[in-house]
Write a protein of this length. Structure first.
Length: 171
């Protein structure tokens, strides 16, 4: 299960993101400010969703702090849409920059895109998606809406072939 570290001071936004990510089988750790973020930060986190405007510090500074310890992917989530902020965020090590408001489905796609480009590729390759259906190859399990679907070995193997070959004709 992928661990996402969310650093967001707005309780409403944080609740919406956490609920969405938990429904999509991610583990979510949440900090509401810079200080709490430093306390909860662990090097086994897979990706960080980071607000720039924190009540006790800057998201830019937190990004520098993390990148000084380990190269963990960071996606900035912020209201700040000035060109200079976007450039600064990406130049100091951010992997993506999303301005608020945004759709949660777009955030999810961007998380997956960043993970494809990072060291978590092996974990990402272990999970196949098709809409609300998820296959975890290492566990030989299939889920729909996070509820496990019982499949025979033959059904599982056929379904895996179909998921691995989306939009292709198979004989």
């Amino acid at each position: 299960m992928l661990k996402i570290f969310l650093i967001e001071d707005d309780e409403t936004i944080a609740l919406g993101i956490k609920t969405f990510l938990l429904r999509n089988s991610y583990k979510v750790i949440h900090a509401e400010n810079f200080k709490k973020g430093k306390e909860l930060f662990k090097t086994d986190i897979d990706i960080i969703l980071l607000d720039l405007n924190l009540p006790d510090g800057s998201g830019f500074d937190f990004c520098r702090y993390v990148k000084g310890i380990k190269d963990i992917p960071i996606i900035f989530l912020t209201i700040r849409d000035e060109e200079c902020d976007i450039i600064k965020g990406l130049d100091i090590g951010g992997d993506d920059y999303i301005t608020k408001p945004f759709k949660l489905s777009v955030l999810h796609s961007r998380i997956l895109a960043v993970l494809r480009r990072t060291a978590k590729q092996q974990i990402f390759d272990d999970v196949l998606w098709c809409g609300n259906i998820k296959m975890i190859k290492s566990e030989t399990k299939v889920y729909k809406n996070n509820l496990e679907i019982e499949l025979t070995i033959g059904e599982y193997n056929l379904f895996r072939q179909l998921l691995e070959n989306k939009n292709r004709t198979l004989t």
